[in-house]
Design a protein around this ligand. Structure first.
Ligand code: PEP
Ligand code: CO
Length: 488
């Protein structure tokens, strides 16, 4: 059964909500956790909030929040707790996390092709990882809610006209007109509906056997036949029988339990009025859950210790991620860990480092060392995308595949040298045949970017570059493992 369905018998998050209570002694015996002191779903409002739009009509905003509060949740607390458990296992090296999807979803791309192609490429990558790493993979999409974007400026000026910047489809629209750029709270209701449609389709595809590990040929994309990577991929597919048997040994489950895979969702929980309205109590669980996604994360621009986003995240029971950039210091990182995971709960906190290929060797080791010395539990994830963005002479925002590769490879080496573990990757990718990142097996150039550049925000790996990334992860992990004396 997929994770989306597995807990159905226990899962009645729609019932009457319990008052917040302390964890029971059984819950505490699993891990001693405490209610976050002084926290409410609205307590973020007392802190400086970065990256939030200014809504011209506050009454309309409040009405939308009320409407969202009354709508059914998108995920359940049971699924969230399952994911937290899997992330705890990844922290111990018993799983590897693959997190990926668009930089930003758009309302227009909520189509069956875009959703199923993205799911296919993620499944194919996970197949490569399972096969090559001999580890179960935790699959987390960057979708069904990835509609809000942080921006470097509040406004944009063209030909002497200044308008609010585009902040993602949940806030406004990209066209450079006052109508399109004025933040509209009704867009939150539309984003919620689009997220539900996306999730519904993904759940149905998985439930219907789309992700059956015994039939990876169902996931084939037309391109595989012509790709320079086809032979390597086909070899992996034919070797899948071994991987399935191996996974069954690891999981201790029977063949019929492996005909589905787990899939979880994540997004940057940036737009706090939206997230607040989806923050709920549920029956038979203590505390508060963000039920709009399984795994929300804090972006690098909103990770200030005293900021609204850290305050909001502090009180959630979801597993959470935080992006860690090149300006992060060991002291600040340890304080962040204290705030976000004071009880050192397993699976609770993932640190997603995104340093850039030229900075990672200089910036990461001190952070790894400090966290290791503190003895605190985190899942380290490498985002090789956001530190490697550049502009081309013909005006495109792009990333070079060689820099992405280099950041991943350095991350494996730096973790090995520090005695820490790289437990996952976080990627921006699409199942479409776009030309947004340069390089890869087909050696895309600046000129190729003109052919199929579709992203409104950051450049994504196309399906082939995504698959190539999975393959390089496998090769690098094996190399690091061999150097450490692990059997090949
Ligand atoms: C993102 O993940 O799209 C993003 C904006 O990342 P970061 O916060 O790391 O810049
Ligand atoms: Co991005």
């Amino acid at each position: 059964m997929p994770a989306f369905c597995r807990a159905a018998a226990n899962c009645d998050d729609g019932g009457p909500y319990e008052e917040p209570r302390m964890p029971s002694s059984t819950e505490r015996s699993l891990h001693p956790v405490n209610l976050p002191e002084g926290w409410t779903p609205e307590s973020w409002r007392t802190r400086p909030a970065m990256q939030l739009p200014t809504y011209p009509d506050q009454a309309a905003l409040a009405a939308v929040q009320d409407e969202l509060r009354a709508l059914p949740p998108l995920v359940t607390s049971w699924e969230i707790m399952n994911l937290k458990q899997q992330l705890a296992e990844a922290q111990e090296g018993r799983r590897f996390l693959l997190q990926g999807g668009d930089c930003a979803e758009s309302f227009a791309d909520c189509t069956s092709d875009v959703i199923s192609n993205r799911l296919k490429v993620l499944l194919q990558m996970s197949l490569v990882l399972v096969h090559g790493m001999r580890l179960p993979v935790v699959r987390v999409g960057r979708f069904a809610g990835q509609y809000a974007k942080p921006r470097s400026a509040d406004t944009e000026t063209r030909d002497g006209v200044t308008l609010p910047c585009y902040r993602g489809d949940v806030v406004n629209a990209p066209a450079f007109t006052p109508e399109a750029r004025t933040p509209d709270p009704r867009r939150m209701v539309k984003a919620h509906a689009r997220s539900a449609m996306t999730m519904n389709f993904v759940r149905s595809l998985i439930d219907g056997g789309f992700a059956d590990l015994h039939h990876p040929e169902y996931w084939g994309l037309e391109w595989v036949g012509e790709s320079p990577l086809a032979e390597e991929y086909q070899r992996m597919v034919s070797g899948l029988g071994d991987a399935v048997r191996f996974m069954e040994t690891l999981a201790g489950t029977q063949v019929h339990n492996l005909n589905r895979v787990d899939f979880y969702t994540s997004h940057e929980a940036l737009l706090l009025p939206y997230e607040e309205a989806q923050t709920r109590r549920v029956p038979r669980q203590w505390g508060w859950f963000n039920l709009s996604t399984h795994f929300p994360w804090i972006g690098v621009r909103t990770a200030a210790l005293d900021g609204a986003h850290v305050e909001y995240f502090r009180g959630l029971r979801n597993p959470i991620g935080v992006k860690v950039g090149p300006t992060s210091t060991p002291d600040a990182l340890l304080r962040l860990i204290d705030l976000l995971n004071p009880d050192d709960e397993p699976g609770r906190l993932s640190l997603i480092h995104r340093m850039g290929a030229t900075q990672i060797a200089e910036r990461l080791p001190a952070l790894l060392e400090a966290v290791k010395r503190s003895g605190r539990r985190v899942l380290w994830i490498c985002d090789p995308m956001h530190g490697n963005t550049e502009s081309t002479s013909n005006g495109f925002k792009t990333r070079r595949f060689d820099n992405i590769r280099s950041e991943i490879e350095q991350a494996f080496d730096l973790h090995a040298a520090a005695g820490t573990r790289l437990g996952g990757v976080h990627l921006e990718l699409t199942g479409e045949d776009v030309t947004e990142c340069m390089g890869g097996a087909r050696a895309l150039t600046e000129v190729d970017l003109e052919r199929a550049y579709k992203s409104q925000v950051d450049p994504r790996l196309n399906y082939e570059q995504a698959l190539e990334t999975a393959m390089l992860i496998v090769r690098k992990q094996a190399q690091v493992g061999r150097a450490a004396g692990a059997p090949a």
